[in-house]
Design a protein around this ligand. Structure first.
Ligand code: MG
Length: 158
């Protein structure tokens, strides 16, 4: 077994869509970034790559590379999962915290989980997404950013 940890934070800005776990969520602001800025997908990618000893998202998908401009991060997740599989690992489970003061995310969590599970080629019950506020303090609590924490457990047995 190998465990990996991932973290990501993107600033909330006007004029961008809010995309988390591949779900486009109606909101007055969206996450700023070179790709589609899907912080949930990014944190899961880093957890997977960390667990497999494959570096991090910036090494696999450089954010100064034009091919990743506005990239669909679920596609990047699929590529990362494939690399992890090619190294001989299978995903046991992924657990995440999405920290956002607003909008309320509860009604989108199942779709996000299903999207991630599909790209990871695992069952939905192997993926967990939990949403929480930041009690109105800090960058997330003031609505300046959304952050995500993720862990991934891999098994070498096939
Ligand atoms: Mg990111």
């Amino acid at each position: 077994m190998r465990i990996g940890i991932g973290y990501d934070l993107h600033r909330l800005v006007e004029g961008r869509p809010l995309i988390l776990g591949g779900v486009r969520i109606p909101f007055e602001k969206g996450l700023d970034g070179h790709s589609d800025a899907d912080a949930l997908a990014h944190a899961v990618i880093d957890a997977l790559l960390g667990a497999a000893g494959l570096g991090n998202i910036g090494r696999m998908f450089p954010d100064n590379d034009p091919q990743f401009k506005d990239a669909d991060s679920l596609g990047l997740l699929e590529q990362a999962a494939r690399a992890v599989g090619e190294k001989g690992y299978s995903v046991v489970n992924v657990d995440t915290n999405v920290i956002a003061q607003a909008p309320k995310l509860n009604s989108y969590l199942d779709q996000m989980r299903d999207n991630l599970a599909a790209r990871l080629r695992v069952s939905p019950w192997q993926v967990s997404i939990k949403a929480k506020t930041n009690e109105s303090v800090g960058p997330e609590g003031r609505g300046e950013a959304i952050s995500v924490q993720a862990v991934a457990l891999l098994d070498t047995a096939r």
